[in-house]
Ligand binder design. Sequence first.
Ligand code: GLC
Length: 591
Amino acid sequence: MTATSHDPAPQLVHQASPDADWWRSAVIYQVYPRSFGDADGDGMGDLPGITERLGSLAELGVNAVWLSPFYRSPQRDGGYDVADYRDVDPRFGTLADADALIARAHELGMRVIVDLVPNHTSDQHAWFRQALADGPGSPARARYMFREGNGEYGEEPPNNWQSVFGGNAWTRVCDRPDAAGSSWERDGQWYLHLFDTSQPDLNWDSAEVHAEFRSILRFWLDRGVDGFRVDVAHGLVKAPGLPDWTGQVRMVEGTEVAEGIAADEDTVPLPDADDATDHSPMFDQDGVHEIYREWREVLEEYDADRILVAEAWVEPLERLARYVRPDEMHQAFNFDFLVTRWQAPELRESIIGSYAANDAVGAPTTWVLSNHDVVRHASRLGLAETGKGPNGIGAEDPQPDAELGLRRALAGTLLMLALPGSAYLYQGEELGLPEHTTLDDSLRQDPAWWRTGHAEKGRDGCRVPLPWLSDAPAFGFSPTGKSWLPQPDSWAQLARDVQERDPGSPLNLYRRALELRDQLGLGTGSLETLPLGEHVVAVRNTTQGRPAVIILTNLGTESVPLPDGEVLLASGPLAEEGVPTDTTVWIQGTN
Ligand code: GLC
């Protein structure tokens, strides 16, 4: 299978897998617990608020729900700063509420995936507090990445690494308990945090850390969860000696050659962006794979249906595929597809490359366009420059073209949902929700906003609580009308109840797409690319025993002829001449 995007004849780019495991073709819906539904009225979403709304997800037709973290946490990074992996944060409820949620989802025929954050804990975790108290050389410090500083007095950080959220990746602690408030206050060791200061990195050379996470896996597996989405899966192991490095790693898209990072360029060469093996010393080290093999063994002790999903910003796709080798994880998010610009040749290449890399290791390819870390795709695709997009959009930034963005978003979604493999949806995208692009700066909570000195707006704009009812306080998100981030007034028209009544709404398009995907077995098919024009993505999805489906997305400026066959679904109105710009059609082909 060496097809390229310029092949003149249909090319088989993916052969259906003989295995029928649920996760090979599942549609998985991401719930961001802070913003899905609030039952107790404090303005912050919670587990009972999710449980009481799970019926709407079953109705939508998804197979599984992935919950972003709901564990005990000071919420410095939206819960990705975990203080206790075995408890529910009181803001979100109790362990009994988690049990009830899992039970209800199962009753409705949906699986439940929870988030696991193994790269770092919160600085409020008992282990880190003990590490601070016990001091240098203690076993408690050995669970984290503590180092002496450089410079005559240790006043320089141990190396030049930058935090993904901006600023230095090291923070110095006080190792003189009597020195609080004095000039000695920060005279101690430094600890590494690839993210916020409040998120100290764990030391994965420690056997205790390994044992702890195996035990955490079992804790949730015993409670009945069906899998784990593994946060920053490429980050756990760092290169020996923690060498200086002049690159900068960006969330979701991965490595970028940075300018101006303090380093001696004579001794620390700039990373070679074209050399896949020249990646950062803090990410994608070979040692991470040992950890996932260990975890896979834990999962295998349970029934065969539990899964591990990698969140790993790793390039190229062949390197990402190493995370989903048969004895490691089951799936990895396909961020290559998410960051691809709205250009037919690039999308074709991403689709073909994704299958080539994953098929080589027998793993399903996954598809995703939105999540809690990126500008929602209904807005991203309406920007002059498509692709990964900025880290947040503010009122004074160039605003996305909402109509264009939504049209492309629905076209992109229909393309994605027709491709074999597993697809991820982010809460609210089924309503066509745009990013909140005019959020008041004083309300921003993302650490990236602070750590970049406000150069980046951050991710709050994609995390705004969902609108359920057009005519209720906080659009039905909470009974009191409280909402931890304000919802734009224009969302009244986008509320779920309005969309339920409108046959032409994004919600009804998503429902129909998921229903057809299921009936036609699109998630489990084989795929050929069809040479129907430079500016279209055209593929044929064939599942044994069912009629083949042609999927065509037109990214050109002119309409293109409609292929022969019956139109099953279209992301927008069709034109007399055929398929208009930025539109996807599903056609039952004549074979
Ligand atoms: C992952 C999460 C993101 C979080 C980061 C640090 O990328 O998706 O939201 O900020 O990890 O835990």
